[in-house]
Design a protein around this ligand. Structure first.
Ligand code: UGA
Length: 443
């Protein structure tokens, strides 16, 4: 099939590449000429395991191309995906400017039937707006062309995006057009083997499904962070509690890891946007407000532990920091807990020596050169002259450090474990003070 994708961010690039891998001819369109030129040369703008070889392979075979030119890309397409960004605007609602611009562009050039797919996470009712915008652009040039707009939200996770895309646990299609449903079912058939993964529903339900999924996951995390804060106060260990409740299949082990708050480009933005959608329909989403409030508090948790340990005296201290990305296997630092921690530490006059396997360039891009931030090339290097260590992201390489060595190297012999990666007893036996999230002893 011939597919065109607008937007070469996480969703667009991964979706386009996986569709090309399944034998489709895919053209990815982006307005960023440098990014497109880079992709044509095989430079992948994001770190995503498994993506680079797949892009290279499909590009070499001619099934995957990148361009800034919308018109020829639209001319060739049977299915057109809209996968551009929907950043939050000032009040937290999703800004649909880019989505609607693409709809308009499609209307300016479309001359045959196509299925237009909303792949970006967009508020309920967006398919209607895309349809109206596209129709207006067609009418403006007197074109009588048929098309369908379908909601087909993406559920991939950064760091595991290729796998999620190649082996989806469900493919949600929101449409009332039999023609569009048949066309997308055919496109997704290679991803839909062994058992039925297609869930076909109406457009608005599909749009809400995406937000409901992310809001549910964010709720689990905030719930667990709340339990961690209670555990800390009553002298319980939330890690034991996690094991105790996760074995109930109704609760499950996924997404009940306490930590320094959820980050990334999705949960914070989507919970807020759903709350705004509810408000726009005269409903106060009390639970979602609480999920957000708990998360906002949790983002400062690690700093509070550090500040309390040093009794507020952080001026001139050096903190080693492991993990800048908002989670492992990505270089993404959007809404990352590390940023909240670093900014609070700088305000208090501390210096940071940080290491991350992938996100150092991103940190450099965000913060530039500054005296109180050294981006180190190894875990060891972060320890030179450091008073304490804070672990913020659960990269595999951080999981089994030599605690004796840490006790020797850290001036104040203290470890702040923002992801509950370590056994407190083992750390303390090595001669380090241990602080985790919700583990009794940090109260
Ligand atoms: C999330 C969803 O998991 C995807 O299903 C969805 O498609 C995606 O958003 C999206 O809307 O595009 P992502 O943001 O890539 O994916 O990352 P997650 O693995 O979900 O992690 C989000 C945040 O929650 C991270 O900061 C992570 O550290 C935190 N988290 C996750 C916890 O604090 N505890 C947990 O138990 C799990």
């Amino acid at each position: 099939m011939k597919v065109t994708i607008f937007g070469t961010g996480y969703v667009g690039l991964v979706t386009g590449t996986c569709l090309a891998e399944m034998g489709n001819h895919v053209v990815c369109v982006d307005v960023d000429a440098d990014k497109v030129a880079g992709l044509e040369r095989g430079q992948i703008p994001i770190y995503e395991p498994g993506l680079e070889p797949m892009v290279t392979r499909n590009h070499a075979s001619g099934r995957l191309r990148f361009t800034t030119e919308a018109a020829p890309a639209i001319a060739q397409a049977e299915t057109i995906f809209i996968a551009v960004g929907t950043p939050p605007d000032e009040d937290g609602s999703a800004d649909l400017r880019y989505v609607l611009e693409v709809a308009s562009t499609i209307g300016e050039h479309l001359d045959h039937y196509a299925v237009v797919v909303d792949k970006s996470t967009v508020p309920v009712g967006t398919a209607d707006r895309v349809r109206a915008t596209l129709r207006a652009a067609l009418d403006a040039r007197g074109a009588k062309v048929e098309f369908d707009v379908v909601s087909n939200p993406e559920f991939l996770k950064e760091g595991d995006a290729v796998n999620d895309c190649m082996r989806p646990d469900r493919i949600v299609i929101g449409s009332s057009s039999d023609r569009a449903i048949a066309q997308l079912s055919k496109l997704y058939a290679p991803f839909n083997r062994n058992h039925e993964r297609l869930v076909v529903m109406d457009e608005r339900s599909a749009e809400l499904t995406k937000y409901a999924a992310n809001a549910m996951l964010a709720t689990k995390i905030s719930f667990m962070n709340e339990i961690a804060n209670i555990a800390e106060r009553v002298g319980a260990d939330v890690e034991q509690v996690r094991l105790g409740i996760g074995s109930d299949p109704r609760i499950g082990f996924h997404f009940i890891y306490p930590g320094a708050g959820y980050g990334g480009s999705c949960f914070p933005k989507d919970v807020q946007a759903l709350e705004r959608t509810a408000k726009a329909h005269d409903y106060t989403a009390t639970l979602l407000e609480a999920v957000e409030a708990v998360n906002a508090k949790q983002k400062h948790k690690l700093y509070e532990l550090i500040e309390r340990h040093f009794e507020g005296d952080l001026k001139g201290r050096t903190i080693a920091l492991w993990g800048l990305a908002f989670k492992p296997n990505t270089d993404d630092m959007r809404e990352a807990p590390s940023r909240y921690l670093m900014e609070a530490l700088w305000k208090a006059g501390a210096r940071i020596r940080a290491f991350d396997p992938e996100a150092r360039d991103e940190a450099r891009r965000i913060y530039g050169e500054r005296e109180d931030l050294l981006l180190c090339d190894s875990l060891q290097e972060t320890l030179d002259g450091a008073d304490a260590l804070a672990v913020v992201t659960e990269w595999k390489a951080f999981r089994s450090p030599d605690f004796e060595m840490l006790a020797e190297r850290l001036g104040e012999r203290v470890l702040f474990d923002g992801r509950n990666l370590y056994d407190p007893e083992q750390v303390e036996e090595a001669g380090l003070a241990y602080y985790g999230i919700g583990r009794g002893r940090s109260a």
